[in-house]
Design a binder for this molecule. Sequence first.
Ligand code: ATP
Ligand code: MG
Length: 289
Amino acid sequence: MCVAFGLQGGGTGKTTISFNVAVKMAREGRRVFFIGMDMGRQSAVYLWDKRVADHIYKGEIATIREYFKGKARPLEIAYESNMVKNLFFVPAGHGKIEMKELRRSADMFSKLVSEYKKYGRVIVDCPGSGGLSSVLDYLMIFSSCDSFVPVVEPNEASITNAIRLANMAHLSGIPVNLVVLNKVKDGNQDMMERARKILTAEGDVILVKYSDRFVEAYERGAPLVDLYPESDEAKSIARIAEIIERRAVPMGKAGPERIRTALSIIEGQEVAEIDLSILRHVKNLFRRK
Ligand SMILES: Nc1ncnc2c1ncn2[C@@H]1O[C@H](COP(=O)(O)OP(=O)(O)OP(=O)(O)O)[C@@H](O)[C@H]1O
Ligand SMILES: [Mg+2]
């Protein structure tokens, strides 16, 4: 099973939620590979093991970047820490996926994910920055995961972004059946109905309230589910993990083929919420080859 948590927008809580879900699953005895795809940011590694973060910044250990360059093998970039047993961390490294690299990287990413799936659950922490590279990163990730979980904030802009991305996931063959509405404050409850619009299949919207505990945990470099295991916040995380376990069905057809399928469906169709100009670029890329 491979689940990607994402949204094209900074700071919605993708890393916080996905990492806590990964820890929760590992604490329950499952073997989990957490893949950081937030190239250049590396925020999750601080929650996982600060020493590893230092090695990454000094360029001393191999990351997914080295893997894409053919310089490291899957198990060489999955680091283990003694902090959480059964949780392996795959750091993103620096840089971003270039247009010309998409097909090759999608191919490699797909192989990487299937390798890790043999050993356990895979959780992908997607990038949050906007722009072209981000769309490519998402297309690549969609080519390999079994489900996509948008992590949105309770505001119109975040939800509009999520609808666009969920449509892209859907066209890539991945229905969206779980949405995390994060940082919810009193009075935001009306956003629940709006957030439901993000779902492209029957599913759940799980609410995670705005809480200083997340910030505290982040600053202390520890997962909230460990610091406050009995809290409402930890219960929301547990619920997300539980739904993922219950719903995730491995998809038969993963790999770069999915990207091509998405592009061919988009062709000649009015899909208002998708940024067609960007996808046309990608389409031209495939045409040239
Ligand atoms: N439910 C919450 N309540 C309060 N603060 C939160 C909550 N979720 C996340 N945060 C805080 O918001 C900040 C951004 O979170 P995080 O890094 O997980 O976002 P992100 O979406 O991964 O960001 P990026 O787009 O930069 O990758 C962090 O300081 C984190 O502690
Ligand atoms: Mg992040």
